[in-house]
Design a binder for this molecule. Structure first.
Ligand code: PLP
Length: 407
C-alpha cells in the first residue's frame, strides 16, 4: 500500500494569500467601480533592467545557431556568472568568497527550502517569528517538528521578534543546532548590525551550530554600516550558509535566478562527532537533483554586474525605496508605529487592532490591500506589512486614501 509522508498532515493550510484574495474579490464584487491598490504581496512590478534584457536576447540568439547552441550547463552555474558574483557581491566588500563556493539556482525559495535535507531530523531548529514561512514549513514536512498546538509547532525554538527587541531575535537561552536568520527581514524590514551578526556567529561557533542566512533583500540596505553579507563577519565562513536572489535586487521574480553560498570551510557533524564539509554535501545534492539554470537567464543575471546593469538595477531599487520612504512617512504621520522601509522594501506597522481587522479597514475604507502580520507568525499579530512594490503614483494615491480613511 502506498503511504504518505504523514508530516504533511501537520501542516497548517496556507490561508494567508488565499484569504486575502477572497476578501479582495468580495470587495471588488460589491464595489466594481473602485480601483484597488495592491501593496500586499512581495512581488516586483517594474521591468527588468535593459542591460539584462539585451543579454537575455543575445543568449537566446546564441541558442538558435548550432555553433553557439548550449545544452546542459554546469549544475553549479556558469563560471562567468559565479566569478562576477564572487567579485562584486563579496570580495568588493571584504568578504572572502570564491566562485567555487557559489551555487547558482532558480530561486532562494527552493534553496532555503531544500537545504534542510542535509541535516539530521532530530536536531533543534530555531526560527524567528514572524518570518518568511518557507523555513518553518519545510522543516515540518521533513519531520523536524511535533504537532501544531496553541498556534505553534511543538519542538521548534521560536525566536520572538517584537517591538520590545526592535524585531531582532535574541540568542536562544539553550543550545540549538540550526538557526534561520533573515536580514533585511521579511516581513518586519529589520536589519542586523555588525555587532548583532557577530553575536550570532559567536553563538554558532560556541554551540557547533549552523546559521542559514537569507539575504534576499540585501540590495535594499542603504545604511553603509550594516553588513550586506554574513561573511563580512569574522568566523562566519565556518558556521554560515548564505542565500541570495536576483528576484528583488534586479526584478527576476518571473525570470528566476538566485544563488547559495556554501563556503568550503563550513562544517557539520555526524552522530559520532566527526566533521563533514557541507560544501561537498550540497554539491552532491545540487548536482543530483538540479540541472542548472537556463543559459539565457544566467547571462541576463550576469548583466546585472555590467556598468549599465549596475546603474539600472540600482535605479530599480531606488524607485521602490522612494515608495517605502513615502509609506513610512505617511503612516508615521498618522500616528502609527512603523519599522522597516529604510533598508528594506517592507514597512511593518502596528495597527492598534488585530491584523485582519486592520487589513479589512484598509481594504473596505481605502481600497488598499496590505498583508496581515499574523500570517507570518504569532508575533505578527497586531501588525500589517505594507510593501513598496508598486508604482509611485499608486503608492501616493494609496497614502492619500488611507489618510482620508483613517482621519
Ligand atoms: N527569501 C525571502 C526572505 C523572501 O521574501 C523571498 C520571496 O519573497 C524569497 C526568499 C524567495 O526568493 P526567490 O524569488 O529567489 O525564490
Amino acid at each position: 500500500m502506498i503511504r504518505i509522508n504523514e508530516n504533511y498532515l501537520k501542516l497548517q493550510s496556507s490561508y494567508l494569500f488565499s484569504n486575502i484574495a477572497q476578501r479582495v474579490s468580495a470587495f471588488q464584487e460589491n464595489h466594481p467601480e473602485r480601483k484597488i491598490i495592491k501593496l500586499g504581496i512581495g512581488d516586483v512590478t517594474r521591468a527588468l533592467p535593459s542591460a539584462c534584457i539585451h543579454a537575455f536576447h543575445t543568449a537566446v540568439d546564441e541558442m538558435a545557431e548550432d555553433h553557439s547552441f548550449r545544452g546542459y550547463g554546469p549544475e553549479q552555474g556558469y563560471a562567468c556568472l559565479r566569478e562576477k558574483i564572487a567579485e562584486n557581491d563579496f570580495r568588493a566588500r571584504g568578504a572572502d568568497v570564491s566562485p567555487q563556493e557559489i551555487f547558482v539556482s532558480d530561486g532562494a525559495k527552493c534553496d532555503t527550502g531544500n537545504i534542510q535535507e542535509l541535516f539530521a531530523t532530530d536536531i533543534r531548529i530555531a526560527i524567528p517569528d514572524p518570518v518568511y514561512p518557507v523555513y518553518l514549513d519545510t522543516n515540518v514536512m521533513a519531520g523536524r517538528t511535533g504537532l501544531f498546538e496553541k498556534d505553534r509547532y511543538q519542538g521548534v525554538v521560536y525566536l520572538d521578534c517584537t517591538k520590545e527587541n526592535e524585531f531582532i531575535p535574541e540568542l536562544p537561552k539553550n543550545s540549538v543546532d540550526l538557526i534561520y536568520l533573515c536580514f533585511p527581514n521579511n516581513p518586519t524590514g529589520a536589519v542586523a548590525t555588525r555587532d548583532i551578526l557577530k553575536s550570532w556567529v559567536d553563538y554558532a561557533t560556541e554551540n557547533h551550530a549552523l546559521i542559514l542566512y537569507d539575504a534576499a533583500y540585501e540590495a535594499f540596505v542603504r545604511d553603509e554600516t550594516i553588513p550586506r553579507s554574513i561573511y563580512e563577519i569574522d568566523g562566519a565562513r565556518e558556521v554560515a550558509i548564505e542565500f541570495r536572489s536576483f528576484s528583488k535586487t534586479a526584478g527576476f521574480t518571473g525570470t528566476r535566478c538566485a544563488y547559495t553560498v556554501v563556503p568550503k570551510t563550513c562544517i557539520a557533524y555526524d552522530g559520532l562527532g566527526k566533521k563533514h564539509f557541507l560544501h561537498a554535501m550540497w554539491n552532491r545534492r545540487h548536482s543530483t537533483k538540479f540541472n542548472g539554470v537556463s543559459y539565457p537567464v544566467q547571462k541576463a543575471a550576469e548583466a546585472v554586474y555590467s556598468e549599465e546593469g549596475r546603474i539600472q538595477a540600482r535605479a530599480l531599487i531606488d524607485y521602490y525605496m522612494k515608495n517605502a520612504a513615502l509609506i513610512r512617512k505617511e503612516m508615521a504621520g498618522l500616528g502609527y508605529t512603523c519599522a522597516g522601509g529604510d533598508n528594506s522594501p517592507y514597512i511593518w506597522i502596528e495597527g492598534k487592532m488585530d491584523s485582519w481587522g486592520f487589513f479589512d479597514l484598509l481594504l473596505n475604507k481605502a481600497g488598499v490591500v496590505c498583508t496581515p502580520g499574523a500570517g507570518f507568525g504569532q508575533c505578527g499579530e497586531g501588525f500589517i506589512r505594507i510593501s513598496a512594490f508598486n508604482s509611485y503614483e499608486n503608492v501616493k494615491e494609496a497614502m492619500v486614501r488611507i489618510k482620508e480613511a483613517l482621519y
